[in-house]
Design a protein around this ligand. Structure first.
Ligand SMILES: CCCCCCCC/C=C\CCCCCCCC(=O)SCCNC(=O)CCNC(=O)[C@H](O)C(C)(C)COP(=O)(O)O
Ligand code: A3P
Length: 301
């Protein structure tokens, strides 16, 4: 399988006209050095952090007395990080990405925007619209979920049920004052936080490595260098620091969702939806299909 490695260089430093990168040697062990990680290894490492985070959060939740009812700051839905950041999660991700893309050369920029368009379309399909209700709501309805009236008074409830049962999206249900219950409620937070994080890591990592290694030519990065490189890249440019700060916030909020909200299965389906578009485009198509690569480009090239 042809598997070109994204260069550790930022695209702003490279010629961008249809350069198909040559496969670099993968994780070579140089004499006297520890195992080196290629940009792809680093991306896979970053990606594996998210299921581990969810597992850790869920295990903590299962082992501690009653975290779901614990009145901690992050267990509250109205906490400012949830209300201002996660609830506008794709907007913040878009802002960070656009600042990053503005530094790329023009043809790299167009292709990066195309990759962003694909990621945005997937976000829309899962959470907003999929030829009717979004995928997450269609899954909920298909598993016998419905909009329950919030009013416990049977007289009022009957009136509400009439309209509530006609409600096919969680957003409309909430507006009608109902409660979306009964079906499989894929975690929108786990989806969004995973999807946004994998998109940002895939797009930003080559630039972060380039800034953090001060452009040094290298076959890879050793384990012990990962954090120093990220810290140096944050210190080198405010945009890098902003991107990394958002990634840290998304990771923390994912951990909090893992601890305080949803069932294991709902978190698992949120995660699967969150990795699906990334796995298809970044892990599979861009690596094994030259045609896809020539249309969408490769981050860092
Ligand atoms: C060479 C040509 C390139 C063309 C490039 C074109 C680029 C344009 C691409 C696509 C067009 C779409 C434009 C969309 C713009 C997107 C800007 C925004 O991000 S606005 C969206 C702001 N909203 C959010 O961020 C909401 C995020 N929140 C949620 O999705 C949900 O609240 C939740 C899933 C996190 C939780 O669900 P809930 O039910 O519990 O609330
Ligand atoms: N990390 C987090 N912090 C605060 N609230 C969270 C959260 N993760 C999930 N929630 C809340 O849990 C509910 C289910 O989330 P989701 O399905 O998106 O994963 C949502 O409630 P609301 O819809 O009442 O805001 C959401 O705001």
């Amino acid at each position: 399988m042809a598997s070109p490695e994204p260069s550790a260089h930022g695209a702003e430093k490279l010629d961008d006209d249809d350069v198909i990168p040559q496969p670099s040697s993968r994780s070579p062990t140089l004499p006297g050095t520890s195992l080196l990680l290629s940009p792809t290894d680093l991306l896979i490492l970053a990606a594996s952090f998210y299921p581990l985070t969810l597992i850790a959060g869920s295990v903590f939740s299962a082992c501690s007395p009653s975290p779901a009812s614990a009145d901690s700051h992050f267990s509250r839905k109205r906490n400012p990080f949830n209300v201002f950041f996660v609830k506008y999660g794709w907007l913040w991700t878009t802002l960070v990405f656009l600042i990053h893309a503005s530094r790329l050369r023009s043809s790299s920029k167009a292709r990066a925007l195309l990759r962003y368009a694909v990621a945005t379309i997937w976000w829309v399909l899962v959470t907003r619209w999929f030829f009717g209700p979004p995928i997450m709501d269609q899954l909920f309805l298909a598993t016998r979920g419905k909009c329950q009236p919030a009013d416990p008074d049977p007289m009022h409830a009957e009136e509400e049920v009439g309209t509530a049962q006609m409600i096919f999206t969680s957003a409309a249900c909430k507006v009608a004052g109902g409660k979306w219950s009964g079906g499989h409620d894929l975690s929108g937070h786990v989806f969004l936080l995973t999807h946004a994080s994998l998109f940002l890591w895939s797009e930003l990592l080559p630039t972060l490595i380039h800034s953090g290694t001060a452009g040094r030519e290298s076959a890879g990065v050793s384990w012990s260098e990962i954090f120093p490189i990220l810290i140096r890249s944050a210190a080198a440019r405010r945009e890098n620091a902003g991107g990394l700060a958002l990634l840290v916030l998304w990771w923390w909020m994912l951990l909090m969702t893992g601890v305080y909200f949803h069932t294991w299965l709902e978190k698992a389906t949120g995660w699967i939806a969150g990795i699906a578009q990334w796995a298809v485009l970044y892990v599979w198509a861009l690596r094994s299909h030259p045609t896809v690569r020539s249309i969408f480009g490769v981050p860092g090239i």
